[in-house]
Write a protein of this length. Sequence first.
Length: 253
Amino acid sequence: MIIIKSEREISLMREAGKVVAEVFKQLEPLCRPGVSSEYLSNKAEEIIRERGCTPTFKGYNGFPGAICVSLNDTLVHGIPSKHIILKEGDIVSLDVGATYQGYCADACRTFAVGEIKENARRLIETTKQSFFEAVKLIKPGVRLGDISHRIQEYCEAHGYSLPRDFTGHGVGAHLHEDPVIPNYGKEGVGPILQEGMGLAIEPMVAEGKHYTRTLPDGWTTKMRDGKLSAHYENTVIVTKDGYVILTMYEGEK
């Protein structure tokens, strides 16, 4: 069932989105060699709670961290740990959710740790740009498959693959709502976008093949071939003539 948000609900999601964006603003400079993924998660939780929100992911289906911290070949759901230490040349994805008065915003960024190789930088930029290529299409009446197809088309044209096991999703009063938003698909199919829909659009892109494996912890998901992956996500509201992004801070590139 597709859920259409009221103006009140959107305003609460907007507040949650501002907090998510603030986490990225403060954590990007902390993604440096010698920092643990646990430290980043603890800092994110501190920021989220100081601003009157709760960390959406903490305890969600038993997830232990405030955010997901995924390095290099870890695609998603990296569990923060004092034993996972960032090092020069890593890339790290921070997946952040904040809930404000019962409404969620969800976003992810992949950051460079110190100086990274050109192939890693290119992967991060392509993943990010695929999001913006896709959201250009958003307005009422567009088929969701058009969004999925655009992500796939852009990434594959740059030589990357799209893992099939994880998707974007609707978001609002719950972290995961309908519709499911794959990062691959056909044009002209799927639900029709309507004003007031809340969408978490999140390209997850692999340098090698798209196959993944989940570790025995039940969460940490890595690329089977050990190659790099990147993740970029924002919470988006469909408006009467386009869209608005809720999880970017003013001046963010």
